[in-house]
Design a protein around this ligand. Sequence first.
Ligand code: PLP
Length: 463
Amino acid sequence: MKYVSTRGDAPVLEFGDALLTGLAIDGGLYVPAELPRFTDAQLRGWRDRPYAEVATGVLADLVTPTLDEDELGPLVEGAYSSFDHPDVVPLRWLGDDGWLLELFHGPTLSFKDIALQLVGGLFERQLALTGRTVTIVGATSGDTGSAAIEAMRDREGIELVMLHPSGRVSEIQRLQMTTVDAPNITNVAVEGTFDDCQDLVKALFADRALRDEVGLAAVNSINIARVLAQSVYYVTAALALGVPDRRVGFTVPTGNFGNIYSGHLSRARGLPVERLTVATNRNDILARFLCEGEMRIADVEPSLSSAMDIQVSSNFERLLWEVLDRDGAAVGEVMAEFRTTGRLPVGAEVVDRVRAGFGGDRRSDDEILATIADVHDRHGVVIDPHTAVGVGVDRELGEDADVAHVMLACAHPAKFGATVERAIGQAPELPPRLADLEHRPERYLTVANDLDTVREIVRSQSS
Ligand SMILES: *Cc1c(COP(=O)(O)O)cnc(C)c1O
């Protein structure tokens, strides 16, 4: 499979190179040049098969010739053996509300593990093949950091330096990062905000000499391998609920448009999906676009579902490329104007094409708390604030008895214990494998918000 940039002005790459490249040199995002369709026989054959086997089947055409199925299979097995549920992504019935698709059974309790556990293995193999080493540098406001650290720990050829804003991530989120005891992991608490951390990372990537010296790399949400890995659970969930003999619709809490775009990929490959519904919090740029037809940037406001506090949904560019008929130059112009004016310059025809594929709505913090309480009262199930955004939006969709409703549960409620406690009066417990988290020794550096200091840390870790 070849991968092309959404802006049409970067080299066409095989999967392995797109994996290591991340952002294309023209500023675009890599997308598969074509989408091999699932056959009816494939879909029926995957029903009731183990998750890793279906994942290997779904991804095989997308990673060849970088990997053949015999090489991919063991990497996929390894990635999902770290999950603490035999189904990897179990479905839980919520009665008349539909089905929760639980994506939080990985080592760090958020859906980001599903992509990153696999990306870790893919990175390591690709580096070994090409004889390269990399230093991954990232900034995190919470979930991404721990998922990346768990994915990359103890891997050959990889150093990872993760910056977080000192005192501004939750205690559980900090502990999940700083208690990982692996020689290739360095945690840095920066005396500043998340934006300061991001600015530091950007400045490091802008330093060409450093980039070449240490082989700077990123594993952020625009990496195509993450998007592909996430497309698998739409297939397994749909099959478990009876597709292709039954209809199914998904509601997806989203900020970066990453998770839901993965669902779109599986639908575009022929998985029968009735609808894909975007669920946002008060940072509702996507919902406003779908409802009102205009995409305009507003200020980011903190919400109870913090992993979705995003205004620029970077993966949306991949969909834009499709609805602009794969015209890279047009995508480049639209994105440039979006960046300078804060408004996406597209006409009604483009809006209609997006609306044909996606619905969307938003939920406020009060509605998040009410939904957590109500789901707990009526079903005895505790959900996290991000999941609550999706459940709240899904409820407004109305009944169609023929369509199974699937709501993506993106984090374990114990990751957001304070909010859950506000809603239901008790804090959820961590799963057994993290129960002693508070007693594990922490390792991290605390530094001033200073580029030279951070650069020296990156340099010394990579040598
Ligand atoms: C990252 C994250 C999201 C948002 O994912 P997108 O890639 O923006 O769709 C939602 N919920 C949780 C818990 C997350 O960690």
